[in-house]
Ligand binder design. Sequence first.
Ligand code: AMP
Length: 428
Amino acid sequence: MKILVIGGGGREHALVWKLGTSARVEKIWCAPGNGGIAGEAECVGVDAGDVGGLVGLAEKIQPDLTVVGPELPLVNGLVDAFAERKWAVVGPDKKAAQLEGSKIFAKEFLQRHNIPTAEMYGAHDSAGAAYGALCAVDWPVVIKADGLCAGKGVFLAPNPDAATDFIERVMEKNELGDGGKRVMLEEALEGEELSFILLTDGGRYAALAPTRDHKRAFDNNEGPNTGGMGAYSSDELLPAELRQTIERTIVEPTMKGLAADGIRYQGFLYVGLMLTKSGPKVLEFNCRLGDPETQAILARVNFDLAEVLSDAAAGNLQPEKLKWKPGASACVVLASGGYPGKFETGKEIQGLAEAEKIEDVKVLHAGTKRVGEKIVTTGGRVLGVTATGSTLSVALQTAYEGVGKIHFDGMHYRKDIGKLQQSSAAGD
Ligand code: AMP
């Protein structure tokens, strides 16, 4: 098989890594890839959001399967363009990707099918209407920009002043671009968060290993939200009873709801959940794998990923093929100084080879590039040091041992990945 992976972050490096272990895989391209991926696949300089460019690339290289990492190409209709040409691709089409592309579409879907979620107070397409609606909500209130906002579109407002400020920035100053043209106000939920990620062929589905990520920049869930500072996977995150409840009250009604609405959803579906006192409730859907959750999940793959993804693309997923390494895994993100605020790039990274020499450690690259013999930083999240172990504490210890070997100017990371069990609303 020849495979094209789309994207250039840690999630895509993890995909390339595991696809590359399959005996049936002969060649992998990655568009655009990064400095780490370049050691394991042929990187091609086409942007992940450029549907036309990617169609042109696939025409030229003719992959047997394309695996899409980020949401942008999905929301932009990449899968529709590939399906028209009968090219095998893993990912939902444009309509199905609206579950992530529009928070209001997702909320209406959840309400229509009686799937537990936070109560929506209202959806507004003018700042005036949104300000007006604030007099009828409970505090704190969650404000969500409707469209894709690179993780910046959700705000837990503690009071009317903070809410007004966010609405002004999003709807009047357009700080988040088109994604902020409409906003939704919803009830703030409390509890622990859990990601439930599944792979579906449009009919059957298989749950991936359970995982949790850490969104705040600093230890003890302090500091601003980030794209994710680390993640871990352990079966204990999802006891059998909770798994059954989630499948019965959330996943199965979602699959049935999609079918009833005439939406064929194929690919990865990420269900962000809040485990509230009155049961699991949906916070959000993502139409793709999470980052850095994918790094932790794929570290535990004990099956042929290329075969399973190819089955899913062909509408022939066999859930029993997905087998997971027992034990646990952890991914610690190493970020640039200043991230998630302003940061500098171009810093040389040292110690990568030493870290990778440690048994069970894999260093997945997110924001790096090769410059001659060197690897330098190019992004906010630079590396995800990933390890497996017989228990979560072994996996964490091994991952941090790997972290200890790596250095670049300004590097920062959380020292408490996998340690905090309780997370607060809109927090970790
Ligand atoms: P979303 O992109 O909708 O998942 O929102 C990002 C993060 O905001 C989630 O991971 C939660 O931490 C938080 N969040 C979203 N919706 C709510 C809610 N209704 N109540 C509390 N926290 C929320």
